[in-house]
Design a protein around this ligand. Sequence first.
Ligand code: UDP
Length: 233
Amino acid sequence: MKELKRVLLKLSGEALAENGSYNEAEIKRIAEQVKELYDKGTQICIVIGGGNIWRGRTGIEIDRPKSDSIGMLATLMNCIYVSEFFRYAGMKTAIMTPFVCGNFTELFSKDLANKYFEEGKVLFFAGGTGHPYFTTDTLMSLRAIELNVDMILAAKAIDGVYDKDPKKHPDAVKYDRISIEEVVEKKLGVIDLFASCLLLENKIPMRIFSLTEKDSIRNSLSEQFNGTEVTID
Ligand code: UDP
């Protein structure tokens, strides 16, 4: 595989958690694997979900935009937490948000992101898109496009793209390779449809794999990769 200059890593919020708390050992392993890429000079940006902290409206009637605001703030907490592990592992980091967040994050702009890449920082994109009714998958696609990343590495709670939901259908079949066009046509739900449409239009390749599998980030760019390769041809 050709050397990748810039990648976006999407981490599922769910996969960071264990028994209602952060899985520290898992997050350390993530930091170690990302550090290997970082040491090769690859520019890395990270989007983290929020599903470990907030799974949407439950119990009382809460307005959707309010519920989504909580979700966006959950992604911010995850980014602050995980970025500290990265810093401890020897990487320079910055957290960028689409809204002002006091002095603990910086407002996202493409120019500032590019400047930080040149300075060798791993960039965390927290707070989602800043808009309700979107997901962190949408943010993943948007930032990947804006920053011209060579590849998206989507580390999920599931190990790839299936022809139907494997939780509901035990006979679901996993694809080793599938075009983004087919993902959109068949409305395969591994990432949300809007995020897939953006990737289809803007032709960004993606590898989807399970975050919980040992060494999965390391393997995602090697022969050992065993998730689904989403192609753009
Ligand atoms: N969210 C949002 N706008 C965004 C990104 C996220 O409103 O641009 C909210 C939404 O409620 C979502 C939650 O934040 O459910 C957490 O994000 P996501 O579901 O993508 O996290 P994951 O399930 O991947 O952990």
